[in-house]
Design a protein around this ligand. Structure first.
Ligand code: NG6
Ligand code: CA
Length: 516
């Protein structure tokens, strides 16, 4: 066989490029091969980009989360995959974009599991790498396969998609069933008082917020007028299970204790803990210790409560001697909302606080405040403190943590960005598709493009601009992070380039979108 000299040169260069990539990969893994680090993902619910003092809040102080941001990497372009919970969590745990799964939408409390038992997941991948895996907190990815009997083992659920242990609330704090589920079984259930859940109709004779408003201590604004538990009207109907009902004001302490106990019990070998906290989602029910502490009403109070909880949890890691061998990732499932269905003074007492941190939109929105969220990586002694503007997304944790623990995961949507997450490079993603209410947009470099969509631009109930217009939107986020100026008409070439990239990534022509 004989090669022309320039072909030979090309092959030699290629060989060296491949070899240097391989040795870079080894470098990430070097430390890890000594001892696999524990991995803890602390995931808040509806916390906004501007809700932390480390992200610019001046009216609220969050010293414990700030300590992670200041001692780790504070990402300024960190994204959730979606502007609502279920799709974001789906992407985070599977590494698959939520718009590839039609079921990845806000689920009711009785919806079936939307992750297939045969699908790859982050905890499954880590289990294969020798990790013990657990979730404590909010699930909201469905349970069972339809018609769950809540009085028996509830399966499939987190334990069937990769978690060795699970201690969860099924959906959200505002949805029934309002009970904790411990490895598939409702905790504290009295067999003589079986529990029933229905999302279509009420159980005969059971009070609801509509029939018995005098029984409610928190008033509903929109939705949230079905069964009443602990004086709080919820979404969905529930009967029985009295002894098993959770205490809303104790929820933060309760999950904290579970998370602390998990660390104490599993610290000898590597563990992955997904700590899915419920704050500051509605109903906001701070423990009396925090009531009134923020001066902003319950929304501010539960943020302070969450910050305290995180401080206690980090102390536990330290006391148990594992802090320096634990990578902590902190983020939120979607952006902020003030009134999400209850009268709780969130808007009225907001004062100068801006949960959006200068971004536009909010929860449910394709505009930045919907998906750009606080995103922090912290690893005492390993990560050098810095601020990174790299584009990173929670969906990337699957491929990245695979690399950290020594394997290469072949994924389409999840990008391997471990060096970025460890602060070894400032280079993040080139492109990212974000989602809100099944509609998608493209972030690419400094630019964001939202295709034309039919639908209501402004969600009056929650008072949020959801970012939908019947024409193209194009924003330069570097110069205009508040998305005030739509440049779609002024920058036709950029728009065209964005459309092309979007269509390639979505695998669909823009005019074929059914919502168009
Ligand atoms: C909405 C609820 C809202 C919240 C949201 C889910 C109404 C009117 N609104 O349907 O209160 O529960 O679902 O939030 O019912 S998420 O953060 O879990 O996506
Ligand atoms: Ca949420």
């Amino acid at each position: 066989m004989c090669f022309k000299p320039n072909i030979l040169k090309f092959i030699i260069i290629l060989f060296f490029i491949i070899m240097s990539c391989k040795s870079e990969k080894k470098e990430i893994l070097a430390k890890v091969n000594d001892k696999k680090p524990n991995i803890v993902v602390i995931y808040l619910d509806d916390l906004g980009y501007g809700d932390l003092s480390s992200y610019g809040a001046t009216e609220l102080q969050t010293p414990n989360i700030d300590a992670l941001a200041e001692g780790g990497i504070k990402f300024t372009n960190g994204y959730a995959s979606s502007a609502t919970c279920t799709p974001s969590r789906y992407a985070f745990l599977t590494g698959v974009y939520p718009w590839r799964n039609k079921k990845a939408r806000i689920l009711s409390g009785s919806a079936p599991l939307i992750i297939s038992e045969t699908q790859q997941t982050l905890p499954k991948m880590l289990k294969k790498q020798g990790y013990q895996t657990a979730i404590v907190g909010k699930w909201h990815l469905g349970l069972g396969s339809g018609n769950v009997n809540w009085n028996e083992k509830i399966t499939p659920g987190p334990n069937e998609v990769g978690f060795d242990e699970s201690y969860i609330l099924a959906a959200t704090q505002d949805r029934v069933p309002t009970v904790y589920i411990d490895n598939g079984y409702i905790e504290g259930l009295d067999k003589n008082d079986p529990i029933q859940v229905n999302y279509k109709k009420n159980f005969e004779g059971e009070p609801t917020a509509k029939s018995n408003p005098e029984m409610t201590t928190m008033k509903w604004h929109h939705g949230h007028n079905n069964s009443i538990v602990n004086g709080i009207p919820r979404i969905g109907y529930m009967k029985g299970g009295d002894a098993a009902k959770w205490s809303d004001i104790d929820m933060a302490d309760h999950f904290l204790q579970k998370a602390q106990n998990y660390v104490k019990k599993h610290k000898e070998n590597p563990f992955f803990l997904y700590y899915a906290m419920q704050q500051p989602h509605v109903p906001r029910t701070p423990h009396p210790r925090f009531v009134g502490k923020s001066g902003m009403g319950p929304r501010g109070d539960v943020i302070l409560e969450a910050d305290w909880v995180i401080g206690e949890f980090v102390k536990t890691l330290e006391k148990e001697g594992v802090l320096e061998n634990t990578l902590i990732v902190f983020s939120s499932d979607n952006g902020p909302v003030l009134n999400d269905g209850y009268y709780d003074d969130a808007a009225e007492k907001l004062g100068k606080h801006d949960p959006k941190g200068g971004l536009r939109g909010g929860k449910y929105s394709l505009l930045e405040a919907g998906t750009r969220v606080p995103f922090i990586t912290y690893w005492k002694g390993t990560i050098k403190p810095s601020i990174s503007d790299a584009i990173v997304c929670q969906i990337d944790l699957l491929a990245s943590l695979a690399a950290l623990t020594g394997i290469e995961e072949s994924t389409t949507d999840s990008k391997e960005l471990m060096k970025t997450l460890l602060g070894k490079t400032d280079k993040g993603r080139d492109h990212l598709i974000i989602e809100a209410n099944s509609k998608t947009a493209l972030r690419s470099g400094d630019w964001l493009m939202i295709p034309p969509y039919k639908g209501t631009r402004f969600n009056k109930k929650v008072n949020i601009d959801v970012g939908i217009l019947p024409k193209f939107q194009l924003y330069n986020l570097k110069e205009d992070v508040g998305q005030k100026q739509n440049l779609a008409e002024d920058k036709p070439e950029k728009l065209l380039e964005m459309i092309e990239t979007f269509e390639i990534l979505r695998g669909q022509k823009i005019n074929k979108f059914k919502d168009n």
